[in-house]
Design a protein around this ligand. Structure first.
Ligand SMILES: [Zn+2]
Length: 426
């Protein structure tokens, strides 16, 4: 038996925080949550605590790309020069960086060939420390479409149907569809790609076997097609028009709400570039100035779209679209808060809401009896200081301490006070 003490517990369900409780764990699941120090414990029970910390369910990122984590290198550079083998090793490192940021579950939204399947298998076998992983494998795309080099191009409803069945056969946990162009050379982010019929074929095949679907939608037209095709979730929803403008569509937004489609805004994409460019001040070149203006327009419209959807009551989930940096998770939560989400709704977007979107809410996303014991200890209370989500003290997965910087040789750790009760990572 293991006992994890929490001075403050935010359980992910949206309920009031609990004070001074013990989370009792048997095996890898939570047995009960009781007031601290009341129930007598067997002498062999181990107790873990971080005084002053707030405990949350392990955090969830619904959108990463483990094959990257390649800084500012372009897609084309990475695809041309990096082998699948290199992507595997880098993916393992990326996974651990995210784990250190408190993410205990994530979903890979597109990798080349079998890279993400192999990563999931290796993580499950314990070959490296990783969050729990759901993978789409190769994203479905039209011939020459966004991420075509992942090698799952398909055209026509029959072609898409066959490709979806192939992905499911290979072990996809969900199906990712590239519904518009994107950053891939030769594609256009302001134009839709798949037709409604093509996407509907993928959705039908996935739903038939109980799997979820999500679509990358930068173009306004791709959002409305994804809605018509019956997608479960929409990524990005930048509402870009062929003239480059980004305009919210009330009619489509109403449909999204009616159909209960989950929204994954990937709100932080471009944010670090804004910071880097702004730091240059007057030293910006004309080209960088144009880049900065473009990023600021993207940021400002995204915050506005998220605010509108939130006010309408649409389900919003947390996703980084980690391509450049892994482990940089909390900034997206801070931006969701800036867009208007209450701190509690930010926590839900990163925990129970995301778990429901992935269909795994019976296992993760809340701290309740019966759930997997995935916990994150934060320095501070995110309900009063959203930046506390960036101050991860410890991470617990399935009742094992997997991150505790006091033991982390990679982190340059101060010596451990000898009176601190701890559990070594199993
Ligand atoms: Zn993505």
């Amino acid at each position: 038996m293991k006992i994890f003490r929490a001075e403050t517990l935010i359980d992910g369900s949206g309920g009031e925080p609990q004070r001074n409780v013990e989370i009792v764990i048997e095996g890898e699941r939570i047995q009960e949550i009781v007031p601290a120090g009341v129930t007598p414990r067997p002498p062999q029970a181990t107790v873990y605590e971080r005084p002053g910390a707030t405990v949350l369910p392990g955090l969830i990122d619904v959108h990463v790309h483990l094959m990257f984590g390649t800084g500012s290198r372009s897609y084309e550079d990475v695809i041309q020069h990096d082998s699948n083998d290199l992507m595997l090793l880098r993916g393992a490192r990326n996974a651990y960086l995210h784990l250190r940021a408190g993410v205990t579950t994530f979903r890979d939204c597109g990798a080349r060939n079998n890279v993400s399947f192999a990563l999931r298998e290796a993580a499950q076998a314990g070959l490296f420390l990783s969050p729990r992983m759901h993978v789409s494998g190769r994203p479905l795309t039209v011939t020459g479409g966004h991420f075509w080099w992942c090698n799952e191009e398909a055209d026509g409803a029959d072609g898409v149907r066959a490709a979806t069945r192939r992905l499911l056969k290979d072990g996809a946990d969900f199906i990712k569809i590239m519904a518009s162009g994107g950053g891939t050379r030769g594609t256009d982010a302001s134009r839709a790609s798949f037709t409604v019929e093509e996407m509907a074929a993928a959705v039908a095949e996935a739903h038939q076997v109980g799997k979820k679907t999500t679509a990358h939608c930068l173009a306004a037209e791709s959002v409305s097609r994804a809605v018509d095709a019956g997608l479960d979730q929409i990524e990005h929803f930048n509402f870009i028009h062929p003239d480059g403008s980004r305009v919210f569509d009330e009619r489509v937004a109403e449909q999204i709400l009616d159909r209960g489609i989950v929204l994954s805004p990937t709100i932080q994409t471009g944010y670090r570039q804004i910071e880097r460019l702004q730091a240059k001040g007057d030293a910006l070149t004309p080209r960088e100035r144009t880049q900065l203006d473009g990023n600021l327009y993207k940021q400002e419209t995204k915050l506005d779209f998220v605010r509108r959807f939130y006010e309408m009551g649409a389900p919003i989930v947390a996703g980084t679209d980690a391509i450049q940096e892994f482990g940089d998770y909390a900034i997206g939560l801070e931006l969701l808060h800036r867009a208007g989400l209450s701190a509690m709704d930010v926590v839900i977007a990163a925990t129970s809401g995301a778990a429901r979107a992935m269909g795994i809410e019976k296992d993760v996303g809340t701290v309740r009896p019966g759930m997997l014991a995935d916990l994150v200890y934060l320095d501070g209370d995110p309900l009063t200081d959203i930046k506390a989500l960036d101050r991860v003290l410890s991470v617990v997965m399935g009742g094992r301490v997997v991150v505790d910087p006091r033991f982390d040789l990679g982190g340059g750790i101060p010596a451990l006070p000898s009176d601190t009760p701890v559990l070594m990572p199993a």
